[in-house]
Design a protein around this ligand. Sequence first.
Ligand code: SF4
Length: 408
Amino acid sequence: MAFRGGRSVGHAGYWYPGFLVSWFLGVLVSWYLGVLAGSPKIELLFGLSFFCDNPSMASTRIVRIGDVEIGGDRPVAVQSMTNTRTKDVEATVSQINLLEEAGCEIVRVGLPDRESVAAVEEIKGRISIPLVADVHFHADFAIEALKRGADKVRINPGNIGSEPEFISVLEAAGERGVAVRIGVNSGSLHRKFADEPDQATALVKSCIEYVKAAEKIGFTDLVLSVKSSTVMTAVKAYRRLAKEADYPLHLGITEAGTLLAGAVKSSVGLGVLLAEGIGDTIRVSLTADPVREVQVAQEILRSLGLRSFGPEVIACPTCARQEIDIIALAEEVEKRLRAYRDPIKVVVMGCPVNGPGEASEADVGIAGGRGAGIIYREGKAVRRVSTDRMIDELFKEIDDFITAKRSQ
Ligand code: SF4
């Protein structure tokens, strides 16, 4: 099996002659049908059979953003965007610090006015993760942000101004060896494709048009995105883009919504693409505290086995058999574990029915018993604790487990 940054993109282990022939024919037929019909269902089949098994469609170029590399076999990076006024340096830096603490690896700030542009230098000097300047309408803002040390700029060439203005941003970035994200969205397509009836096609064609303009002047430090607020439009667009360009892709479902709806939409859209090996950095857009965006992004990557981010909590869904308040317990455990960085699997179960089974897969766990909790460690019940001591005892076990692991 071939791996790309921790993601599985090939089935080489199954490649024996008979399988290879039938696989190849299946791929060919589903690809042909998918192309002919443009049907999402057929394309899904196409995706599952072809994209998962074809590493060549993933990005091959590696782009550096500050000290983080994305693309090729690099791990999928987690991004978020601040929602403070960027010109309020104190508020912005303190939000970035919280994001970094939560595991954000690249942060983007919007630059809607000159004061915000002027703040880039100080913000950059006070944070330790790469800073991306997000600019609309003003090519000069993007150029100024580059001069002030932005590690990447995100522009939408559809609204940044004329082509010479777009090129001037690329040239300024090129002089500094800084990457540019061409972020196309449905609100600002290339004028040539404004009447294209299929949104996904319009997004991809617009993006490729801008890529060609960049390549014409020799600028290739590009990251691309074709976001949409409609999940299947984004999926279709990114799939096509991944076939046509080998630059790193920034994935996102734009304006995804509030915490629950946005997390679900993003997980579905980004999950499908990432499972196919598409995507090099992700931002989960939520109408919520940006720290939540980082948490959701990490859960998406963790669920797909692409990254591991510190502790993982496995909790039972609760039912009539629960003998402890498992919802409160799981929430408290999750909250306290946010201060931990070691990769530890903690299981929280409502009763002893599934406790031993689940606990056998976890490092440390607790299961509700009659008027008590049972602490597990590496699959074995180690002691009974009173309900009022459950959390403290569980964390005593967690700390002890981590200390033992570190000393190994
Ligand atoms: S662990 Fe116990 S309480 Fe939790 S869902 Fe399973 S049976 Fe119900």
